[in-house]
Write a protein that binds this ligand. Sequence first.
Ligand code: BDR
Ligand code: CA
Length: 297
Amino acid sequence: PIPVVVDQDGGVDDALALMLLAREPLVKLHGVGAVHGNVDAYAAARNGIRALEFAGDHATPVAVGAAQPLAQPRHLSHPGDPLAAIAGKPERKPAGDGAVEQMLRLSHEHDGELCVLALGPLTNIALAVEADPGFARRVRRLVVMGGAYRVKGNVREYAEANIWHDPEAADVVLSAAFADRILVPLDVTRNATVTRMWLRWLAKDADRLRGRIAGRLLEFSVATGLPSRPLHDPLAAVILLDPSLATYHHRSMAVALRERRGTISSATDTGRPVTAVAVTADTSTLLQSLFRTLIRS
Ligand code: BDR
Ligand code: CA
């Protein structure tokens, strides 16, 4: 199996991505890190533990990472923590190691093999890059959910949440020496949707966490007036396993750090390494994997 470490920020779609990977036989999850973003880093770790438990994984260590962005004040998208409200008390505590230390250790233990999936702001990944110049070269593949490439953003017209929560960190990650770096932006994740009908059907399973998660996703889609709900992070998880599910623009990418902070664009500085930016994706495979995870668990 592919050795994987996931860094996540405790959202409902983060939880679904973790559940997918925990149940995927092609993957060995060696660790999960938590970062500020949807909720604070400690709450994100607890939500990571909850998601793994529900998928039957009671062992993968979940470590708390950065509580704050590198250079700006913290903004949490969902300080009320919607997942905690529906999922009960997790049975384990977060690991003793921090998320950055855990990621660095795993990159040594699986040198040249480790795949990193970043589903939240990029603070922990940037701290690992800055702490150890060899880290990026030891990683086989980095997949990041983030950015609004040729579409409008979600937190700002010009910016997507994971990048906007820590633009400096995102810029460090886009300029680091990862040999295989894939960015999965809103352009493709917005099309990875489950419909209200599908969610309503799942939500009937109300005594199970999967039903409650479906119910929560449904509430979000009703609140936003959308007929369906995008699954940003689960799409990035399936692309990590099979990059051929997407097509890409290969570009040197940078993040705006002044006006329109958090906007991603092709960099004019040609010394920057290349990022594969997903521009189309086969979302039917995602739905099949979700179906396997949610229905048969
Ligand atoms: C991203 O922000 C978070 O709310 C989601 O979990 C996803 O990672 C989408 O912009
Ligand atoms: Ca997330």
